[in-house]
Design a protein around this ligand. Structure first.
Ligand code: UGA
Length: 440
C-alpha cells in the first residue's frame, strides 16, 4: 500500500483519487478551496459523474480515502504526489500553468522526504522539465525526488469507468525505480493485463495532446463531410457507419454534430497549435480542425434559421440538452450556448431543458425559461432543437411531441431520430448531414 496525495479536486483529481484508493492505497485528496473540501466531506461532490459518489463513499468508509484543505500536511504525509490542478486557457490561447507551478512550489517547500512527483494535469510538452527545475530550486538540498508524467485519458460522463478500465496507462519517467513504484500504484490494472507503458517525460506529455487533438480533428472531419453530404444528398449516418467498418478508421468519434465542446478539446487544440507556432512548425491540420469547429457551431443557427424560413423573431424555440455532451452537467464550450445566444440576438424566445445542467446554464442565460421535463419545454413551441443526445431524448414519444408543439418542426443536431418516422408523422426537420424536409 502506498500513501498518495492528490493536489486538486476537479474531475481528474477526484476521479483519480477515488480510483487509486479503490486499488487499495491510502489517498488524501487536497484542495486549497476550503469550502469545496467542506462540501465533499459532507458528501456533496458538486460534479455529476456517474459512479463517482459510490466509489468515493465506499473508499471513505473503508478509510482509504480522505479529504483535506491542508496541502502542506498532505505533501508531508505522502510517498507519491499527483498534481491534478487546472490548466485553463490563457488569453493568448496558451495553457495557463500558474496553478501547476504553484503546486510545484508548495511541494518543494514541504518536501520532507524522498517522494515521486507526478503530473496528471494536461500540460504542454516541456512542462515536466520546468516543474523539475522549480522543485530543484526550492527544495531542501538533501531531499531527493523523482518526476513522472502520467496523463489522464478520462472522458467526462464515463470517467470512473475510464479510470478503472483504461486502454493504457503512460508512465513518463527517467529511471526504472520510479517506473516500478508507479507500477505498484496501478498493480490491479496490471493483473487485468492493461498495458502500463514506460516512456520519457516529454513523450508522455505529447501523447496526451496529440490524442485529444486527433480526436478533435476526427470530429471536425466528419462534421465537414456531413455538411458536404447535405449539399450532395448523401446520408452521413450511412457514410460514417461504412467508413467506420474499416478497422483503420474505426467507428468511434465519427458522429457528426453541432461541433465539439467541453473543457478539453477546444482548450487543448489551441494549446497544441500555440506550442507548434512557438517552435515554428506548421500544424495546419489542427488549425483547420479548430476553424472547422468554430464554423460548425455557427452553422447550427444558420440551419435553424433556414428551417424556420428565416423568421426567428418572436418564435418560441424549445432547446433540449444544454451540456456539451450527455451524462455530465458541464456546459463549458457547449454548442447550446452559441445557438441560444444567436436565437436571442435575432429576437427569438428560448425555452430550455437539460436533465441536469439547467442551473449551470442559468448562470449564463438567467432570463430564459427553464423546465424540468421535455414535455413542458416543447408545449406550444414553434420548433424543437436537440442539442445534446441524452438517452431520454432518444426515446421520446414523437406523436406526443407533435401534439404538444405549435408546429411540428424539429432540428436534430445529433441525428438521434428515425427520419422515416419523422416523415410518416409529417414533421418538417433538419439534421446534420442528412436530407432536410420542409413541408409547411
Ligand atoms: C476528452 C477525451 O475524449 C478524453 O480522452 C480526455 O481525457 C479528455 O478530453 C481530457 O482531456 O480530459 P471529454 O472532453 O470528456 O473527453 O469528452 P468527449 O467524449 O471526448 O467529447 C468531447 C466533445 O466532442 C463533445 O462535445 C462531444 O459531443 C463531441 N463529439 C464526440 C462529437 O461531436 N462526435 C463524436 O463522435 C464524439
Amino acid at each position: 500500500m502506498k500513501k498518495i496525495g492528490i493536489i486538486g479536486t476537479g474531475y481528474v483529481g477526484l476521479v483519480s483519487g477515488a480510483g487509486i484508493s479503490d486499488f487499495g492505497h491510502k489517498v488524501i485528496c487536497a484542495d486549497i478551496d476550503k469550502e469545496k473540501i467542506k462540501e465533499i466531506k459532507k458528501g456533496n461532490i458538486l460534479i455529476f459523474e456517474p459512479g463517482l459518489k459510490e466509489i468515493i463513499d465506499r473508499n471513505v468508509k473503508s478509510q482509504r480515502l480522505s479529504f483535506s484543505s491542508n496541502i502542506e500536511n498532505t505533501i508531508k504525509q505522502s510517498d507519491i504526489l499527483f498534481i491534478a490542478v487546472g490548466t485553463p486557457e490563457s488569453a493568448s490561447g496558451k495553457a495557463d500553468l500558474t496553478y501547476v507551478e504553484n503546486a510545484a512550489l508548495k511541494i518543494a517547500h514541504n518536501l520532507n522526504s524522498y517522494k515521486i512527483i507526478c503530473t496528471k494535469s494536461t500540460v504542454p510538452v516541456g512542462t515536466g522539465k520546468k516543474i523539475k527545475e522549480i522543485i530543484n530550486k526550492n527544495k531542501p538540498s538533501a531531499v531527493l525526488f523523482d518526476y513522472v508524467s502520467n496523463p489522464e485519458f478520462l472522458r467526462e460522463g464515463s470517467a470512473v469507468k475510464d479510470f478503472l478500465w483504461p486502454d493504457r496507462v503512460l508512465i513518463g519517467c527517467e529511471n526504472n525505480k520510479t517506473y516500478e513504484s508507479m507500477l505498484d500504484v496501478y498493480r490491479p490494472l496490471f493483473r487485468n493485463k492493461k498495458p502500463i507503458i514506460k516512456t520519457d517525460i516529454a513523450t508522455a506529455e505529447m501523447v496526451k495532446y496529440a490524442s485529444n487533438a486527433f480526436l478533435a480533428l476526427k470530429i471536425s472531419y466528419i462534421n465537414e463531410i456531413a455538411n458536404l453530404s447535405e449539399a450532395l444528398g448523401c446520408d452521413i449516418k450511412k457514410v460514417a457507419d461504412l467508413m467506420g467498418q474499416d478497422g483503420r478508421i474505426s467507428p468511434k468519434f465519427l458522429h457528426p454534430g453541432p461541433g465539439y465542446g467541453g473543457s478539453c478539446f477546444p482548450k487543448d487544440t489551441k494549446a497544441l497549435s500555440n506550442l507548434a507556432k512557438q517552435e515554428n512548425i506548421p500544424l495546419e491540420t489542427v488549425n483547420a480542425a479548430i476553424k472547422a469547429n468554430i464554423y460548425q457551431k455557427k452553422r447550427m443557427f444558420s440551419k435553424l434559421k433556414a428551417l424556420l424560413k428565416n423568421r426567428v423573431k418572436g418564435k418560441t424555440i424549445a432547446i433540449l440538452g444544454l451540456s456539451f455532451k450527455p451524462n455530465t452537467s458541464d456546459i463549458r464550450e457547449s454548442s447550446a450556448i452559441e445557438i441560444i445566444k444567436s436565437i436571442l440576438k435575432e429576437g427569438g424566445i428560448v425555452k430550455a431543458f437539460d436533465p441536469i445542467s439547467n442551473n449551470e446554464m442559468k448562470l449564463i442565460f438567467p432570463d430564459i425559461k427553464y423546465f424540468s421535463d421535455w414535455e413542458k419545454t416543447v408545449d406550444n413551441a414553434d420548433c424543437m432543437v436537440i442539442m445534446t443526445e441524452w438517452n431520454e431524448f432518444r426515446s421520446l414519444d414523437l406523436k406526443e411531441l407533435k401534439n404538444r408543439l405549435k408546429k411540428p418542426i424539429i432540428f436534430d443536431t445529433r441525428n438521434i431520430f428515425d427520419q422515416n418516422k419523422l416523415l410518416e408523422l409529417g414533421f418538417s426537420f433538419d439534421t446534420v448531414g442528412r436530407k432536410k424536409i420542409i413541408n409547411y
